[in-house]
Write a protein that binds this ligand. Structure first.
Ligand SMILES: [Zn+2]
Length: 144
């Protein structure tokens, strides 16, 4: 299994990758105004208990994204994907957590949602960690 440390290491590396990517893209297009939106809002690493493989995902629109079946059902249990519900500011399916978990579940179809492990979630622009939101806590209620 991936230890907490390995999950944190993955997300720390991912922060570097994201920051490097933004820097390169800004240098390649110096005439374009820099925006906060150049960065994904949040990234998080995810794994499952019987594997050492760690994946990271970033917050992005769930429109045109097809989630793994079990995860899709969980998300739709909150409200339709792409909409908001009372008690959470985030759009259902837009968070880094379901995007990262989706990568894990598609690679490991036998992994159950209650076997997922997450790193802390980070804002790559500032490298500060952020709390999991209500949608994510409800989606991954066994583990978050
Ligand atoms: Zn969330």
């Amino acid at each position: 299994m991936a230890t907490k440390k390995e999950l944190e290491r993955c997300v720390t590396n991912a922060i570097k990758v994201v920051r490097h990517r933004v820097k390169q893209s800004r240098q390649a297009h110096p005439q374009v105004k820099h925006k906060i939106k150049d960065y994904p809002a949040i990234i998080v690493a995810c794994s499952y208990r019987s594997s050492k493989k760690v994946f990271w995902g970033q917050s992005e629109s769930p429109v045109n994204h097809i989630y793994e079946d079990r995860l899709r059902k969980r998300l739709e249990g909150l409200a339709p994907i792409g909409t908001k519900r009372p008690g959470c500011d985030n759009t259902i399916g837009s968070c880094a957590e379901p995007h990262a978990a989706d990568l894990v579940l598609k690679k490991a179809p036998r992994c159950n949602l209650n076997k997922l492990q997450f790193s802390r979630a980070y804002r790559p622009r500032t490298a500060k960690h952020k709390r999991y939101c209500r949608n994510c806590k409800d989606t991954f209620h066994e583990v978050l």
